[in-house]
Design a protein around this ligand. Structure first.
Ligand code: SAM
Length: 247
């Protein structure tokens, strides 16, 4: 009831983002080579050890998980991967940072959208990261830099060494505290990203609370609730607005 389409949008910045990146799913294409890798993963009965890194998937319990299960429950479905691709292509960032590589499917969509950008991606489970790295090698992208370790340990070492990320995609450790902590690292940086995308904003009460607190922050000038994802922008030229968007 509260969501809008192009007719309900008044900001020229958002109108452009909506019409050129969020809305146009028709005629948009999946990445064939990446979808072939996804399909391989969806058929793989290989097992990888689970490692507790914070809020795990509620659906991946036990000491090991089959790769096909990870591919079906943890990885962005094609519709959302395509949305990420369109947003990244619209934004044209120089540097993207992804928290939560998993098998590397969303990373590959980002790398394809921005072939000239540096794509840094962090994964804490070394067994899963190895599979992602194999996928990156098979796909031939040379702009992906994969980092292994817990976000809380990798970020303080990585951030001073890389260009300030223009686009941050937070897709792991979905707890209230961790989400606010990661938000604070980027929103409090001398050079804020253009946008931060949060996945699974309605995954739990904690995530919903974190999302509501984040978009209410004074430094956030535009926030978009796309249901599966929430996006915040820091552009000081915009008047503070919050939109629910259907796409
Ligand atoms: C939802 S999956 C990422 C899916 C991936 N972005 C995609 O759509 O293809 C989240 C990943 O984050 C990793 N993760 C969760 N908490 C973490 C932490 N604190 N540090 C490092 N990695 C973490 C998990 O191991 C998992 O593989």
């Amino acid at each position: 009831m509260k969501s809008v389409n192009a007719h309900g949008i008044h900001s020229p910045f958002l109108y452009d983002l909506y019409t050129r990146a969020i809305a146009p799913s028709r005629g948009d294409h999946s990445l064939k080579a990446v979808e072939e890798l996804r399909s391989e993963m969806l058929h793989s009965r290989a097992r990888v050890p689970n490692i507790d890194l914070g809020a795990g998937s509620r659906k991946n319990n036990g000491s090991e998980t089959e790769v096909r299960r990870i591919a079906s429950v943890s990885v962005k479905p094609v519709r959302e991967a395509r949305l990420l691709h369109r947003i990244a292509a619209w934004l044209k960032p120089r540097c993207i940072l992804e928290l939560g590589t998993s098998l590397g499917i969303s990373t590959l969509y980002l790398a394809d959208a921005c072939p000239h950008a540096e794509i840094h991606t962090i994964e804490g489970n070394p067994y899963i990261r190895n599979l992602a790295v194999q996928n990156f090698e098979k796909s031939g992208f040379v702009n992906i830099l994969s980092h292994e370790g817990n976000f809380d340990e990798v970020l303080p070492v990585l951030l001073p060494k890389v260009p300030p990320p223009d686009m941050v995609f937070i897709d792991g450790n979905h707890t209230y505290e961790a989400t606010l902590r990661y938000y604070g690292m980027f929103a409090g940086a001398p050079q804020k990203p253009v946008c931060i995308i949060f996945d699974d904003i309605y995954w739990s009460e904690g995530m919903q609370k974190a999302w509501q607190e984040i978009y209410a922050r004074p430094e956030v000038t535009l926030s978009l609730d796309l249901f599966h994802m929430g996006i915040v922008f820091f552009n000081p030229d915009l008047t503070k607005e919050h939109y629910y968007i259907r796409y």
